[in-house]
Design a protein around this ligand. Structure first.
Ligand code: ADP
Ligand code: MG
Length: 370
């Protein structure tokens, strides 16, 4: 077990691609940290740097308080699982676990000790004499984890380990992994493109885009206080609505105009006064579908957030209903009550919960309000 600390780590490949930029990140001992970001955002490169399969162009990597930049992968006591890893079908589970240790000429007795230890930890002892073909997919995944862990298990790096599993199995494996993490107290770093998986698994999430860590924090924290528009849009499904609005000042309100529609909020809500400098300019207004309401009681109460909209479609999935709306040429998704039956083409009034909106700078995409 160990903590991981990255200080200003950069990786530029020979072809000039900057895969990781100025990455500073801590994973506490025993933490389950999810690195989440779209394809190509640098997750795998970051993991390969930690594992020692790549060398940083700049910066330092610490494992358990020690700089490991100069250490070979096998000296780092790290287990790594990749999605393309497969078990050798003709070998038993035990032989699969022992394979790489034997390749590294580890003495027989020591191999046996390592294999038994990890099999015990992952509770797969009863499977040791079976071949992979005689295992369920879940058991195969556990054996895959075990095989990585026999080579060292201070830290477990899991790079999209279950992408090839269907959604149900993936959720089940996620649950197993959380339990394993709790039981063993091991430090886990887990890479995924899937925001829902990130939220379900992580004690904390580090959101990556274009090689840069946009924000790291507890899932609730990132959801409630995203540092920028990217993080705001990445977490949550359906994603946050974004509207390009023009900021105005009218009496004691700020107005946010898009097309023929406008919403307002009291200037007094802007404690820092940051919005003053945006009057007359465009900003991005973000509002989550769950904060767009169509029930008359809310619409009446939140008069500053009311706009007219046309229903495109109503969709219900898994007990949740969504209205896909157009409003002055802008698309807006609203999470609504399932019993609010709406027809396509219907003209309705909706209200944004103005206390929940976010405002982002149009150029930097940084959060400027809330
Ligand atoms: P992710 O795992 O988030 O999909 P990667 O770390 O695999 O992202 O890739 C980040 C960027 O680095 C991508 O643009 C990718 O094409 C590039 N890249 C990855 N590995 C190499 C390499 N060995 N040589 C050159 N470019 C690479
Ligand atoms: Mg990857």
């Amino acid at each position: 077990m160990a903590n991981i600390s990255l200080r200003h780590v950069c990786k530029t490949f020979h072809n000039g691609v900057v895969a990781v930029r100025d990455c500073t990140l801590e994973a506490a001992e025993g933490e389950f940290l999810v690195v989440a970001g779209p394809e190509g955002s640098g997750k795998s490169t970051l993991f390969r740097l930690i594992a020692g399969l790549e060398t940083p162009t700049e910066g330092d990597i610490y494992i358990g308080g020690v700089v490991v930049n100069q250490l070979f992968p096998q000296q780092r006591d790290i287990a790594m699982v990749l999605p393309n890893h497969v078990l050798y079908p003709e070998l038993t589970v035990k032989e699969n676990l022992a394979f790489r240790l034997k390749m590294h000429r580890m003495p027989e007795a020591e191999v046996e000790r390592h294999v038994q230890e990890v099999a015990g930890l992952l509770q797969i002892d009863p499977l040791l004499d079976r071949k992979p073909g005689a295992l369920t997919s879940m058991q195969q995944q556990m054996v895959m984890l075990a095989r990585a862990m026999v080579q060292g298990h201070k830290v477990l790096l899991l790079d999209e380990p279950f992408v090839h599993l269907d959604e149900k199995l993936r959720a089940q494996m996620g649950k197993e992994l959380r339990e394993l993490h709790k039981r063993l107290g091991i430090t886990i770093l887990y890479a995924t493109k899937d925001q829902a998986e990130a939220v379900a698994l992580g004690d904390r999430i580090a959101v990556m885009k274009e090689g840069f860590i946009q924000q790291a924090g507890a899932p609730e924290e990132l959801y409630a206080s995203p540092a920028n528009q990217f993080v705001a849009g990445f977490l949550g499904n359906p994603p946050m609505n974004f509207l390009n609005v023009k900021v105005g000042a009218d009496g004691s309100d700020y107005t946010f105009t898009f097309g023929k529609s406008a919403v307002r909020m009291p200037q007094g809500w802007d404690e820092t006064g940051v919005l003053k400098s945006y009057v007359g300019k465009n900003v991005v207004l973000g509002v989550r579908p769950k904060d767009v309401h169509d029930d008359p009681a809310f619409v009446e109460k939140m008069e500053k957030g009311v706009v007219n909209a046309e229903v495109e479609v109503m969709e219900s999935v898994g007990g949740e209903s969504y209205l896909y709306l157009t409003c002055s040429g802008h698309s807006i998704t609203a999470g609504v009550d399932a019993d609010a039956m709406r027809q396509s083409g219907e003209q309705i009034q909706i209200a944004f919960d103005m206390e929940k909106i976010k405002l982002f700078d149009s150029d930097t995409e940084h959060t400027i309000w809330r």
